[in-house]
Write a protein that binds this ligand. Sequence first.
Ligand code: ADP
Length: 469
Amino acid sequence: MIWYAVWLVMVFVVTGTLVHLVFRHYLEATLAASQRSRATRIAGVARRALDAGHRDLHEAMTTSFAPEATSRFVAVSDANGMALYRSGPPQDQSFDPVLISDSTGKAGTRKLSGTGPGELMLTALQSGDGPRAIWVATGESMVPLLVEQRRFLVFLCIVFGVVGGVALLGGRLLVDRALRPVGELTRSAETITSRNLSERLPEPGSDDEFAELSRALNRMITRLDEAFQHNRRFLDDASHELRTPLTILRAELEALTRETGPGRIRDTAASLLDEVERLGRLVENLFALSRLDAGRTPSEWRRMNLSQLAASTAEQMRLLADDKGLTLKCDSPVRVIVGGGVWIDGDRARLKQVVVNLLDNAFKYTPRGGTVSVSVVETDAGAVLEVADTGIGIPAEALSRVFDRFFRVDLSRSREPEGTGIGLSIVRAICSAHRGRVEVESVEGRGSCFRVILPAAAAPTKSETESLT
Ligand code: ADP
């Protein structure tokens, strides 16, 4: 649109300048032609007056041409340049006749400056030959001509302004119309993520470039979908296949640790069991994540009390906190009274996993004697579940990455070897599946606070509550 506007302005400027110059040339040529014919007529009148013996041409000129009244200049001189007649000051004061030099011997039309406010156009010609020859000059100010030109310029500007405005508006409408399919395509493309790769962009019925573009994009989405599915299947199959040997390994190692035998073998078996258990957790997490990615986890969507879920999960994990010498605080009662607490729509099992993962991390990364607190409140942003601890915290540069898969902050910070770097990715995946989000605030050495924000739902009525809880 900007290029189009610049181009239009350039065309108008060039056309306007040309039209203006042509008009000016036309006006000047018309004025010169009328001066020539007037000069010829003046010469005729002067000749007749002189032939009739009137040496003073004054009366003949005033009667026939009235130069002062019509604001024109008229001069007649003989062959030697002696002035026979010179008109007086014009009525409109547009020039001073005294400042106009003698035109004897200077036939033709020319412009004089310095004779008044504007230029003066003067035409001179010779009439007759030899000693009977006379020179006639007539002229007038070019100011009225300039005024005409200016008026025409203003008119041109108005016309071009209106035409330009209409053209730009039309152009804008055309561009909008032409680019509408691109806008629609962009909006549809924005809605396609790794979760809904089975969807396709709308293909316009026409057979133009836009239709071709959306067909090409759809082919690309199909290829992406296949690649994603291939990856998910691989992850799914791999996790599945790994489960069985791990279960067998775990069982064998557990048996070995119970056997009486050399202490070293038992110790080795115990440490191997730890590793196998860690591997087992990793595989389970990967399995859960791949199912979440594919949107395949069976989901039991229903209205549920988030306060109650947080409280009961915290209660179930209290032993773990005691074990680690931590104080666990929860501000929601386990049994919520009718209509109380904060309600949301969601899958209870998955949301419980969110609370478990966050509490598990808080326990893992908070040294003995610390405090972990769980709270659920309803704010303008929605239902907010907060898990805060007074643990080792997360360095500022790692904060943006803690939800990435397999990301773990410097392992040497923690005494806990059991992390897999997947717990928080699962939390984030579950939150987005619930159209919510998870945030973290942390100060290294002072503690962290994880905040899950989910769309809140209305509390159910008494009878609904009974059927839900
Ligand atoms: P992990 O299994 O390693 O805990 P997560 O995905 O749950 O994996 O967490 C990623 C990383 O974020 C952890 O390795 C840890 O460094 C950091 N982190 C998570 N929660 C906390 C917390 N409450 N306090 C300090 N660091 C934490």
